[in-house]
Ligand binder design. Structure first.
Ligand code: 4AD
Ligand code: MG
Length: 463
């Protein structure tokens, strides 16, 4: 009996002389006199395995010679050293079973390279391409690495809710979740009657698990959440999604400096993990997507990040030789062009910007002694801009109440959050890493739509 094995394992262990079975999808078929070469991929790694199928096989003439790109097959045979150039092992087929045919007239994925835009139109088939398959493996590896990082440091994972009734970021970018009949909407004073809704109040998809993570932080010490977040933000850029995954650690007895240290160690850990575990896939990106990728990743693991305050950043930008589309003045948010100029052209490495004006940041950030800025930090990386946003949280009850009033928020909605400051309040801090943005950084992919299996963006939600 042939033993079923994944191609990645076969390439690693090279069980020459063993009878093995592989299962996968045909990439190409080339015919020679008396036999055919089949290239099969099973998703376990970038490399295909070569199969030599000769014309003594019972179904050679009526099946094997009709195999085309995309067909699914089960093949068993002897693993042998390959005499030909290009691969060191091959399978000498004893049996080729066609599991599913793929009509070559209509199958959209041919051997040639397709543009990423075209691949996006076939979201259900694109994971079979080399590049999207490689992204998928890197994403899976880094998801695992996220849990390793926090587990090694004793953090507790918290599953924060996806449906929520609090707007963490206060940016009004929430998707409402409702079962109200939209064709016959119950209304009071011209507004939807959410009291009649499923939860008896207006509920939304979460924009961040932070506030709920803070609750658990102030019981468990160090916690993190890693889940999908949703933003109804009308940004059609190469770095924005309406549904993205975010990793948010929250640490008790922790200030902004310690927060920054964890954030920096975390980014380095993920990049190092990819270098150690995804070398073959990264080599593909270096070759076809971003020639400078390897140098960029090495630079991140080998250097400390630069650090400046927001005020220093504004100063640098105002004195820059470069013309920006958006003017820079103290008090306005940094635009992506500013962030990229600082990290790509001025510092040429990841950059931590701290102490932003309180007027452009959410209510929960700790107010600095100048009463103008907050203990916030963003981490910017070349090619992308902001990859992490974080802060020390306001742990002082009075100051927090002031902030809530200053921003015109409805205080009763935040009583539970204030309770955490009334009962055993501790300094604490955390941050959010956009998972797709780190995948973009590690793979060099220009567009965020390529690093999530099913991108959701304004006007688009295929499948
Ligand atoms: O800076 P943000 O909005 O911070 C928060 O949500 C905080 N609650 C985090 C915390 O302190 N626990 O978002 C954090 C990160 C950004 O730096 C960015 O990497 C990513 O989330 N992000 C997005 N990624 C893709 N598409 C979007 N629309 C994103 N918005 C933010
Ligand atoms: Mg931010």
């Amino acid at each position: 009996m042939a033993q079923y094995q994944r191609i990645a394992q076969i390439i690693k262990n090279k069980p020459v002389g063993e009878l093995i079975e592989i299962r996968g999808w045909l990439r190409t078929r080339r015919d020679s006199k008396g036999f055919s070469f089949l290239e099969v991929n099973d998703g376990s790694c970038l490399a295909n395995i070569q199969i030599v199928a000769d014309d003594t096989l019972a179904n050679y003439a009526d099946e094997i010679l009709r195999l085309s790109t995309g067909c699914s097959v089960k093949i068993s045979g002897l693993l042998a050293q390959s005499p030909a150039k290009g691969q060191d092992i091959e399978i000498q087929a004893r049996r080729v079973e066609v599991v599913g045919w793929a009509d070559p007239e209509t199958y959209p994925l041919q051997k040639k390279r397709h543009s990423f835009e075209f691949l996006r139109e076939i979201a259900h088939l694109r994971p079979r391409s080399n590049s999207l398959g490689a992204v998928t493996r890197v994403r899976s590896a880094l998801s695992f690495a996220v849990h390793c990082f926090f587990n090694e440091r004793g953090f507790c994972q918290i599953h924060t809710p996806i449906i929520t009734t609090s707007d963490c970021e206060g940016a009004g970018e929430m998707f409402t979740v409702t079962t109200l009949d939209l064709n016959n909407l119950a209304q009071t004073n011209g507004r939807p009657d959410f009291e009649k809704d499923f939860f008896g109040r207006q509920a939304s998809l979460t924009v961040s698990g932070q506030l709920e993570a803070e609750i658990y932080c102030q019981a468990m010490g160090n916690v993190y959440t890693f889940g999908p977040t949703f933003r109804a933000e009308n940004s059609n850029t190469s770095r924005h999604l309406a549904e993205f995954w975010m990793i948010e650690p929250e640490m008790a007895f922790c200030d902004l400096n310690q927060d920054i240290e964890v954030a920096q160690a975390f980014i380095k850990y993920l990049v190092q993990y990819a270098l150690d575990n995804c070398a073959e896939d990264l080599a593909l990106f270096s070759k076809f997507v971003d020639k400078d990728l390897a140098a960029k990743l090495e630079m991140v693991v080998n250097n400390d990040f630069a650090r400046i305050t927001y005020s220093e950043a504004v100063d640098r930008l105002q004195h820059a030789e470069k013309l920006f589309a958006f003017p820079v003045e103290w008090g306005s948010d940094l635009q992506s062009e500013h962030e990229r100029y600082l990290t790509e052209e001025v510092f040429k490495r990841p950059l931590i910007v701290t102490d932003y004006p309180k007027t452009i940041k959410p209510f929960y950030m700790r107010v600095n002694d100048d009463n103008k800025t907050v203990a916030a930090m963003d981490i910017l990386v070349p090619g992308i801009g902001e990859i992490i946003g974080g802060s020390q949280r306001e742990e002082r009850l009075e100051v927090l109440i002031n902030r809530i009033q200053e921003l015109g928020l409805n205080q009763p909605d935040y009583e539970w959050y204030l309770d955490l400051r009334r009962y055993g309040s501790v300094p604490h801090a955390g941050f959010g890493l956009g998972f797709e943005r780190i995948i973009q950084f590690v793979t060099g992919m220009a567009n965020i739509r390529e690093v999530i299996p099913f991108p959701r963006t304004p006007g688009s939600a295929a499948l």
